[in-house]
Design a protein around this ligand. Structure first.
Ligand code: HEM
Length: 142
């Protein structure tokens, strides 16, 4: 059988979502939900009173994670988002689930035109969050 090779460049998630602005909108909705919904109160309690630095940091992280500009990593040489979550007070399966549900709602609300993209992204967040909860309190080594 002939080998089928595509010459088309794969579309980066960063381009598919439409750049930084839609990511910022999703992240803002995520933290707005976290601040207002009683279902996410435990997750909210883990965070600092002022969420504005997180609105910037998570937006920059997700921009790099989706294949866009890597400012988040350049500002934090050697940073690993998985290890950064290990020592967090309150990290467990319940709070990990709250994170995923809040982000799923935020993504559905702000990217209504692309449900496949939302589903794939949320599935990736769900595995990361599950691993974060599984590794909670296990020290800082890789
Ligand atoms: C398992 C569920 C999760 C919980 C409970 C959680 C919780 C937290 C908390 C409490 C902080 C510190 C906030 C503060 O200083 O006020 C934080 C920081 C952060 N989280 Fe999560 N998180 C989770 C999952 C994720 C996932 C899946 C990602 C990436 C897709 C992520 C990306 C980040 C980033 C980028 C920061 C900021 C780090 C920095 O600025 O240095 N988190 N998280």
């Amino acid at each position: 059988m002939d080998k089928i090779e595509s010459t088309a460049k794969p579309v980066l998630p960063f381009d598919r979502i439409g750049g930084r602005e839609p990511i910022q909108r999703m992240v803002d909705r995520f933290y707005d939900l976290m601040e207002s919904e009683p279902d996410f109160a435990e997750l909210r309690a883990m965070h600092a009173a002022d969420l504005s630095p997180m609105r910037e940091s998570l937006t920059d992280f997700l921009m790099a994670w989706m294949g866009g500009p890597r400012d988040w990593f350049e500002k934090r040489p050697g940073a690993c988002v998985m290890s950064a979550h290990r020592a967090l007070e309150g990290m467990n399966y319940a709070t990990a689930t709250q994170w995923v549900l809040a982000m799923q709602q935020a993504a559905k609300d702000t990217i209504p035109s692309d449900p496949d993209f939302v589903d794939n992204m949320v599935a990736a967040f769900a595995s990361m969050s599950k691993a974060m909860a599984a590794n909670a309190g296990k020290g800082d080594s890789h």
